[in-house]
Design a protein around this ligand. Sequence first.
Ligand SMILES: Cc1cc2nc3c(=O)[nH]c(=O)nc-3n(C[C@H](O)[C@H](O)[C@H](O)COP(=O)(O)OP(=O)(O)OC[C@H]3O[C@@H](n4cnc5c(N)ncnc54)[C@H](O)[C@@H]3O)c2cc1C
Length: 447
Amino acid sequence: MSRVLYWFRQDLRLRDNRCFIRACDQADTLLPVYVLDSAMEQPTRWGFDRVGAHRRAVLGQALRGLDRQLRQRGSGLCLLQGQPVDQLLAMVRQGAIDTVWVEDIAAPQERALVDALKQSLEPLGVPVYTGWQSSLIAPNDLPFAIDRLPDTFTPFRKRVEQAAVCIENPYPAPDAVPPWPESVPYPTASIDAQCDALCGASTRPAVDARSAFPFDDPDCSVDEIGAQRHLDQYLARGLPHTYKATRNQLIGKDYSSKWSPFLALGVLSARQVDAARQHFEQARGANEGTYWLRFELLWRDYFRFLHLKYGRRLYHARGLAPDRSAPTHDADRFERWKNADTGHAFIDAAMVEFSRTGYLSNRMRQVVASYLIHDMGCDWRAGAAWFESQLVDYDVYSNQGNWLYLAGFGTDPRGSRRFNPDKQAQDYDPDGAYRALWLSGTAAVPA
Ligand SMILES: Cc1cc2nc3c(=O)[nH]c(=O)nc-3n(C[C@H](O)[C@H](O)[C@H](O)COP(=O)(O)OP(=O)(O)OC[C@H]3O[C@@H](n4cnc5c(N)ncnc54)[C@H](O)[C@@H]3O)c2cc1C
């Protein structure tokens, strides 16, 4: 009789969730658990909430969706709140659990939690198994060992493309999920009410109608069903074909794929997305747009593999460039940036969009991050923490990697990467429509 606890983290799906499928295969009873970490309630060292309202809202959607998927298969999500190791230890005892499974996340805080859990469960003889599953390419399938990962993206991409690395097909969801252990009372009601309370549904502002990712639309709902709907409509409308041409636009739902919130919460896997993209190419033809979507997914993988190679070093103030001088910081200027009060209309428009929606285009993420670091002289880690708090697609690897790269403490040999905000406004918002949308409703702002 095998009693397994599965700890869901950034993999809130049943389809193509290899760790979960392995746990199901091995289990006679299985307790699927998510822990709302009490650290979420602590302010960051920079003085703001660790997890803001938009992020809480999409987390709530993803958890509800996961509970529904589990209930359809005879199970349900056990939603806990508190310090994860304490909570999991209590459930292991209550459920007489003999094995724990969890997805591996190669970031320092996430790894530290798993290490602490292993230490707590070791005296009880309960092993904690981890599995890597969040990249498109499995690390073992790379044409080099991870410690030989090229330090810049282009050689990485070329080696991967030349090697024509094979990507496994996504796995289907299990038809049935083993029942909860008898000693843990199975909740008859769904977790919706619990989720609403924990994720602050009553205090959440309505989704802004101008949002490029309105997550209250059915095809933007961040759960497994919403993810599939979103992917299907994106492909059915032929949008991959125009992606390369539109990806630097700033307004609307369709200029880029908006896959990131689904990937970040793990309601969709990178393999599922890429399999659908390949199927689209076979059915409707490949072009530079369909290629470029794969190119961007490789950036996502690259930041994951950099974490596997460098780990904690990516979190140091000077990152991978210890010889450079440490970043400076100015708390007042940081507040002005955060509150859309820099006096630069292009930057302020983006910071309004960001605080109202929890989403920003890749272009504007680069522009505002560069402005904070290179024009306002602030610490990139404060900016990264603000993004972490707000982004509906917060992903520890992509966020840390992009901020480090823009600050010039990453692996980019060109050093610091400043974007000239005036030129960016001229190039990407020549008629002022973006600034008008976010600063003054509709009136055009002169470029
Ligand atoms: C300072 C900064 C912070 C960022 N923080 C995050 C984050 O926390 N989470 C996150 O998912 N992305 C982050 N990005 C990367 C990128 O901005 C978003 O992935 C992208 O804007 C999401 O929109 P999309 O899904 O429409 O992307 P698309 O342009 O349609 O791209 C398709 C997919 O490719 C991947 N991708 C695209 N660009 C990048 C990139 N530069 N780095 C890594 N992956 C990429 C994403 O998974 C994305 O969903 C950050 C970028 C910057 C400059």
